[in-house]
Design a protein around this ligand. Structure first.
Ligand code: PGA
Length: 257
């Protein structure tokens, strides 16, 4: 399966900065080939210009969130059809920052995942335990529960659909302290087993991918994203600069070639 690198730009850049960085990235990946899926998720406000900047580029556009309904009285929300209109192909759902600061619940995440799939968007569903939960050795049960709940309304992915799950331990996000490769690998196996139970081995192997996120950088990405482990990475800080994004891509390409 083709590996994937997803950059989550969070609320870090202006529209002009986003365009500037995408322009540099676009040039940087020009001779890169098609060995790695590349997805950049700018702020909503930059999506339209990002779409224009990325026309005919290999880089795909992602959103950082979406609402589940297509249309209606939902002040401040953005629908899957509005995202499709802007050329968005992927959407991050249930990021821990949304769960923590905006009260996003498993139920809300489940509705979003179902809706994204129904509207032809590729979901990147985030799950991850807190430091406290890990100290209590609850990480496996927390992840299984979060994932089962997030996928409770979602039918199996169809033939040309993908569903990604990102394991992002909350204590590793933005801290410079990633999960150890052994910790991350164990959790990947837990996620794969949960996906197999939900969708069956065949679909779990071919239509689902597992990403690692949390303080990924160009030095450590090869510990996680490799043919016998994670299929990709969801990166915050390291995905913000074109040069580090390209270094991450190069590492993935080397691992998978
Ligand atoms: P980080 O963020 O790479 O800066 O730790 C990851 C994320 O929040 O997705």
């Amino acid at each position: 399966m083709k590996p994937i690198l997803v950059a989550n730009w969070k609320m870090q850049l202006s529209q002009a900065e986003s365009v500037e960085r995408l322009t540099a990235l676009r040039l940087g990946v020009k001779d890169f080939g098609y060995a790695v899926h590349m997805v950049v998720c700018p702020s909503f406000t930059a999506l339209e210009r990002a779409k224009e900047t990325l026309i005919t580029s290999k880089i795909q556009l992602g959103a950082q969130d979406m609402f589940w309904a297509e249309q209606g009285a939902f002040t401040g929300e953005v629908s899957p059809t509005q995202l499709r209109e802007l050329g968005v192909t992927h959407v991050i759902l249930g990021h821990s920052e949304r769960r923590e600061f905006l009260g996003e619940t498993d139920k809300m995440v489940a509705q979003k995942v179902e809706s994204a799939m129904a509207h032809g968007l590729t979901p990147i569903v985030c799950v991850g335990e807190t430091a406290h939960q890990r100290n209590d050795n609850q990480q496996e049960s927390v992840i299984v529960q979060e994932l089962e709940r997030a996928l409770q309304c979602t039918p199996p992915p169809s033939e040309n659909q993908m569903l990604y799950v990102a394991y992002e331990p909350m204590w590793a996000i933005g801290t410079g302290e990633p999960a150890s490769p052994a910790q991350a690998e164990l959790m990947r196996q837990v996620i794969v087993r949960t996906l197999q139970e939900k969708f069956g081995a065949e679909l779990a192997a071919h239509r689902c991918g597992v990403l690692y996120g949390g303080s990924v950088d160009a030095e450590n990405i090869s510990h996680y994203v490799r043919p016998d482990s994670y299929q990709g990475a969801l990166v915050g800080g390291a995905g913000l600069k074109p040069e580090t994004f390209l270094a991450l891509l190069t590492s993935i390409k080397q691992q998978f070639s």
